[in-house]
Ligand binder design. Structure first.
Ligand SMILES: [Zn+2]
Length: 484
């Protein structure tokens, strides 16, 4: 039911926008505005689960729920007796300078870029560092803004035997610190290449993708908005193992479609998406069959934790340990939490990555204040720079190798399963490389591909640091050949 409604709204909005995809701010649709519901109860969460009304629960404000509603939805909720009010102006995230006043944007950031400055920044990096990066627009927002992804690699046009890593910021357009941090990081990597050994190694050994801004329209609006221009929460609009287990882009918001198609066309191993409004690491799962959306009312259940919970805890700790305010979280031990244990959401990008792409994605809440002053950005950079680098380096832990045809040496589209872990990962069929993130230990791995005899490799020892290499050749399954 919600999906149908969502598609209907999406389709009608597209029709009305089709004449002129970039519209003036006055005619920006954004049909939903933020509101607070004070003292939310469990019945409210049960009901919200049946709708696509965006909502958010923040640990610093346990007695209220923030939701994004149309005038009609506001009235309906008020008539149900809920204590609801529009979010006051002072609580919204505004641009620091009046719109249209373009001050120079430089890194390390001491201000936020406009969308136009962000675009110019990325285009300049792509032209200044042609040997290290490529700028790609993976689609357009509702209002026609490009969704930029910058690829950084020592061979930016080649598919190599390297793990693919991605950072994505600001799927919620009013959670903006990550935008500046991504641009700082891009500069650090490009300027440090060939100068700093650690940064050079990272770029040489990893295919890095950075999207500084996913909700371009929500970010460009003033005040900024969590939702996209159609009023949808993009981080509730992905396929979900509980709420919406159909892994197809059709009928979804354009920004989600673009990200899904990117995911299908790449073999990402590890990623993170950056938010604001809290300070913590949130790892899978975000949804489970045992509870509706909202804060949990029962103790943690085994189904809330993924088969790779040990890996998620370890990589989350690496980020938080290097970020003192996050590590000192008053709400979550060491600043890390399982998603459902905080509050359950359906349709998040994180779980979609893990469940369908076999990409280990974590949600990083990097600032209690969603839109702190630009003057605080150097401090955020100080607290996140080492975390961001250390986290990226974790893409190299575990077991890696090539899966090829035993006769031709051709790379195979293969599945890799670790005994005792109900979670498949896949090779990149272009090169045949796989990267199975695992903590130190001894493992048994099974490799299979359509039409080939599976192969099991026992006693694979993983140590601290660089992944153990296990290359595997698979032979055709002769029982499947038709001989006459
Ligand atoms: Zn968010």
């Amino acid at each position: 039911m919600p999906r149908i409604l969502q598609f209907f709204l999406f389709a009608t909005t597209l029709v009305s926008l089709s004449v002129s995809p970039i519209v003036a701010q006055e005619s920006v649709p954004f049909p939903r505005d933020p509101a607070y519901i004070h003292d939310p109860n469990q019945r409210l969460f049960d009901q919200l689960t049946q709708t696509d009304i965006p909502f958010e629960f923040r640990p610093a404000f346990p007695d209220r729920l923030e939701i994004w509603v149309s005038d009609k939805e506001f009235q309906d909720l008020a008539e149900q007796g809920l204590n609801i009010e529009w979010v006051p102006e002072e609580d919204q995230v505004y641009w620091e300078t009046p719109k249209g006043v373009a001050e120079e944007f430089v890194t390390p950031a001491t201000s936020y870029p406009t969308f136009e400055q962000l675009t110019a920044f990325l285009q300049k990096k792509a032209s200044d560092y042609p040997d290290l990066c490529r700028l790609e627009s993976i689609g357009q927002s509702v209002q026609g803004r490009d969704l930029w992804f910058l690829r950084i690699s020592d061979n930016p046009d080649l598919e190599e035997d390297e793990p693919e890593f991605k950072y994505i910021s600001t799927i919620h357009g009013d959670e903006i610190v990550g935008v500046a941090m991504m641009l700082n990081l891009i500069d650090l990597l490009l300027e440090g290449y060939g100068v700093d050994q650690r940064l050079t190694d990272l770029v040489n050994d990893t295919e890095i993708w950075i999207m500084p801004l996913m909700n371009t329209d929500g970010f460009a609006r003033n005040p900024r908005r969590r939702t996209n221009a159609n009023g949808f929460d993009l981080n509730r609009s992905f396929p979900d193992r509980v709420g919406d287990p159909v892994n197809t882009p059709e009928g979804r918001q354009p920004e989600v479609q673009a990200m899904m198609n990117f995911g299908f066309n790449h073999s990402s191993v590890f990623s993170a998406n950056f938010h604001g409004g809290a300070l913590l690491m949130n790892y899978p799962y975000d949804s489970d069959f045992s509870i509706p959306e909202g804060p949990p009312t029962i103790p943690p259940q085994p189904g809330w934790f993924s088969p790779d919970n040990d890996v998620f805890e370890a990589v989350s700790l690496i980020y938080s340990m290097n970020n003192p305010p996050m590590f000192a979280s008053p709400f979550f031990e060491n600043g890390i939490t399982n998603g459902i244990s905080w509050y359950s959401v359906w349709g998040g990008m994180q779980d979609w990555n893990y469940v369908w792409l076999a990409c280990n994605e974590v949600t990083i809440e990097m600032s209690n204040d969603k839109g702190p002053a630009g003057s605080t950005l150097p401090q955020f950079w100080e607290e996140n720079r080492e975390s961001m680098l250390s986290y990226m380096e974790q893409v190299h832990i575990g077991v890696r190798g090539l899966v090829t045809d035993s006769r031709s040496g051709r790379p195979l589209a293969a599945t890799v399963i670790v005994e005792g872990r109900d979670h498949e990962v896949f090779t990149d069929p272009d090169v045949g490389d796989y990267h199975r993130m695992l903590l130190p230990g001894t493992y048994t791995l099974t490799y299979s591909a359509d039409g080939y005899r599976p192969k099991t490799v026992e006693n694979v020892i993983v140590e601290e640091g660089e992944a153990t290499r296990v290359d595997v050749e698979l032979g055709l399954d002769v029982s499947l050949l038709t001989v006459r």
